[in-house]
Design a protein around this ligand. Structure first.
Ligand SMILES: Nc1ncnc2c1ncn2[C@@H]1O[C@H](COP(=O)(O)OP(=O)(O)O)[C@@H](O)[C@H]1O
Ligand SMILES: [Mg+2]
Length: 338
């Protein structure tokens, strides 16, 4: 094993898995640094779960290679299994048992003696905000509590690598943010997390790097910031005091920023997608503001933001297939990101 291989929690080359005619995973190369949250972002059916199941040794790949901490997932499956844990759509907790009973039972299954199993269960229930519900049957838990218990169950043994397969799908915003806190806590203990998600904001918040996958292929990879800037430096939003001056402001901004202005339905709002380097964008934006001031056009609100991951995804995959991502964008926006 080379030094480089051990610094990577996951390394795959040309990974393929087919189901009949479906190429669920279609030549995936991944390099996941140890000790980080790595996001795999993609819509339903993109191949996320299939990839995770291969990496967790639950499915054999049809082609390519996958290593976890340097161990081959096919030839050294036991080495891999002893280092990883998986939670997601199919969790192992028993609905009829209480949260505490589940964690103690699963703790015994992974090899803890009775007293340490109980102590670990109590610690995890506390850490995950489930102490008050410890003696309640899991079937009476809310979706968010259930998801937190699933994650607690998967880290009874503090795995080196934790797969979280869509851990927040279907959760309300408050439960989602509780799961995010837990993910951050898990990583702080040194566990590498591979997180699959359909939520762009989730990958953006948690992951240090993201692979965007679609139809079994990685269509983009990088830090959230790099992915966002790959489609443009940012978006300038301006709100004017006087709607009468919008046409004039629009012309000035378009000239200063050298980009078309999107006229929003709100009569005082203007949006401009800026291309080029980040620093250039900030400079151009401040010059544009100065031009508006010189012309006596009052600006009530101004912001320069990076494009959202939604816009990145739309730019990468095209608007036609993913209706939910495509919906918020006007046709004018599509042109600018194409
Ligand atoms: N066991 C299976 N048998 C047949 N097709 C499957 C099976 N598992 C997944 N697929 C197909 O493979 C593709 C990828 O699925 P999946 O990995 O579950 O995607 P995701 O987790 O990103 O939603 C989909 O087209 C899905 O229908
Ligand atoms: Mg899935």
């Amino acid at each position: 094993m080379t030094k480089a291989a051990t610094d990577l929690a996951i390394e795959t080359t040309g990974l393929v898995k087919t189901f009949g005619d479906t190429r669920a995973v279609d030549g995936v190369d991944l390099a996941v640094p140890a000790g980080t949250v790595y996001g795999v972002l993609g819509p339903n059916g993109a191949g996320k779960t299939t990839a995770v199941r291969i990496l967790a040794t639950l499915l054999r790949p049809d082609g390519g290679e996958a290593r976890v901490f340097g161990y081959d997932v096919v030839r050294q499956a036991n080495e891999v299994r002893s280092r990883v844990s998986l939670t997601g759509q199919y969790a192992s907790v028993d609905e009829d048992l209480t949260g505490l009973e589940n964690l103690v039972l699963l703790g015994r299954l992974v090899g803890h003696r009775k007293r340490p199993a109980r102590a670990r269960a109590d610690d995890l229930l506390e850490a995950f905000g489930l102490t008050a519900a410890a003696d309640r049957q899991v079937k009476k838990y809310s979706g968010g509590m259930r998801r937190r218990l699933d994650i607690a169950a998967s880290i009874l043994n503090t795995p080196q690598l934790l797969f979280l397969d869509e851990p927040t799908t279907g959760l309300d915003p408050r439960s989602r943010s509780q799961v995010w806190d837990i993910v951050r806590a898990v990583v702080a203990y040194g566990t590498t997390v591979l997180l699959t998600t359909q939520y762009l904001d989730e990958a953006d918040r948690l992951a240090s790097r993201i692979a965007v996958i679609d139809h079994g292929k990685v269509i983009a990879e990088g830090t959230p910031g790099a992915l966002k800037s790959s489609i443009g430096a940012g978006t300038v939003h301006v709100r004017l005091r006087d709607p009468q001056r919008r046409a004039e402001a629009s012309e000035l901004l378009s000239r200063a920023l050298n980009a078309p202005v999107l006229q929003e339905s709100d009569p005082v709002a203007l949006t401009i997608r800026v291309t080029g380097s980040d620093r250039g964008a900030a400079e151009h934006a401040s010059r544009a503001l100065a031009d508006l001031a010189t012309a006596g056009i009052v600006v009530d609100d101004f912001s320069l933001g990076q494009p959202s991951l939604d816009e990145v995804f739309l730019a990468l995959t095209g608007p036609s297939e993913h209706a939910e991502s495509a919906a918020p964008a006007s046709s004018a926006q599509k042109e600018t990101v194409a």
